[in-house]
Ligand binder design. Structure first.
Ligand SMILES: Nc1nc2c(ncn2[C@@H]2O[C@H](COP(=O)(O)OP(=O)(O)OP(=O)(O)O)[C@@H](O)[C@H]2O)c(=O)[nH]1
Ligand SMILES: [Mg+2]
Length: 358
């Protein structure tokens, strides 16, 4: 199998890596809620247990599902360790944390290190990119998080859908703290919320959308934001943007692969052709109608087709040929990955929802 890293590098080289603005952090500490500590602790314990269970639920396990197309994926550059420290240091400045996850990966895009990193800080979940995910699965995941004591809302930062719910949910999560402030005569006490999540899930896009600005740098690659930065969305709410953080080792390689499918790990560290063969293997398990329609494929014919043959068929259908009439596999792989990421192959939630549906 050819390695097309060079080709991908060429494509991605347009995105020059630049260092971002330095932290602009000049707030005095805000306090987290006190009265509701035991309820919050219970919710946090439930969330930790959920994380543990979630890790077990992530399927299929790397040990049982390693195909010849699997590749070892790991991306934990030094700036992520620094970011973790900065997040911990800045926690005292915020009243709550909003964890942004990718709606296509409600399990795999949750950093398992977050519960211990965030301690008892009130937390909500924002399921972003819901325009790319299966709407039914998103609703099921929201219900699932609810049973774990976590408020979750769906968002689409491309159109702004769901953004209006953010303030309501965050105020609801902090209602006891707000009541305490009000009882002390602090009627319009501002709320400070830290926005955290893995790379490329739309943290900065969310901040730009909600603050109706373009101040936070946004790009379609992971690792864009490099420092914590404050934004005021109105006189009562301030948001702290943070760089995306992964964790040092993916217990399950399918998690690493799913994160690579969606663009949460750097494309340059993966072999795109191999990655796309894995994506095709994954799609073959439960073939999306849009995928069949888009490439004019027959579901029964392709169900057991070796993924490399399937990619050849797709390349030929698209007229992607090299001299001699052979399929241009490298070009087809890049095209399939791009179309998957843009949901042109269907709105696909890659983590099975709790009831087993896609
Ligand atoms: N389809 C879709 N794309 C989105 C959405 N939100 C963000 N994006 C895109 O996702 C890409 C990454 O967005 P960013 O806001 O830079 O993500 P980030 O989480 O800040 O990324 P890092 O700073 O690298 O951690 C950009 O191309 C955005 O346009 C969404 O709701 N739907
Ligand atoms: Mg960012």
């Amino acid at each position: 199998m050819k390695n097309n890293k060079g080709a991908i590098k060429g494509k991605r080289q347009r995105y020059a890596e630049k260092n971002k603005s330095k932290p602009q952090n000049n707030f005095k500490g805000g306090k987290s809620s006190g009265n509701n500590r035991s309820a919050k602790s219970a919710a946090i314990r439930a969330d930790r247990a959920a994380h543990k269970k979630a890790r077990k639920m992530r399927e299929p396990s790397a040990n049982t599902d390693l195909s010849q197309n699997s590749q070892y994926i790991q991306w934990f550059p030094g700036h992520m360790t620094r970011t973790k420290r900065k997040i911990q240091a800045d926690l005292k400045l915020v009243d709550a944390v909003a964890e942004i996850i990718d709606a296509r990966l409600p399990l795999s895009s949750r950093n398992p290190d977050l519960p211990s990193l965030l301690g008892n800080k009130p937390r909500i979940i924002l399921m972003n990119k819901c325009d790319l995910a299966d709407p039914k699965a998103t609703k099921q995941w929201i219900e699932y998080f609810k049973t774990r004591g976590l408020k979750a809302i769906e968002l689409d930062c491309k159109t702004g859908r769901g953004l209006n719910n953010f303030v309501t949910v965050i105020r609801d999560e902090l209602s006891e703290q707000i009541a305490k402030w009000e009882s002390k005569g602090m009627k319009n006490h501002s709320l400070r919320v830290m926005i955290v999540g893995i790379p490329n899930v739309g943290k900065s896009s969310f901040i730009n959308r909600i603050s109706k600005s373009t101040k936070a740098k946004v790009e379609d690659r992971p690792g864009v934001t490099r420092g914590n930065q404050w934004f005021t969305i109105d006189k009562n709410i301030e948001l702290l943007d943070t760089p995306g953080v992964l964790w040092p080792r993916f217990d399950d390689q399918i998690v690493g692969e799913k994160l690579a499918f969606t663009g949460a790990v750097k494309d340059q560290i993966t072999d795109t052709e191999q990655l796309v063969l894995r994506l095709l293997e994954y799609l073959q398990k439960d073939i999306p109608t849009m995928f069949l329609e888009r490439f004019e494929l027959d579901g029964e014919e392709i169900a057991d087709m070796p993924p490399h043959t399937l990619l050849e068929v797709i390349a030929k259908k698209r007229g992607m040929l090299v001299s001699g009439g052979e399929a241009d596999i490298e070009r087809a792989a890049v095209m399939v990955l791009d179309e998957f990421r843009a949901a042109k192959l269907g709105r696909i939630t890659l983590d099975k929802s709790p009831n087993g549906d896609r």
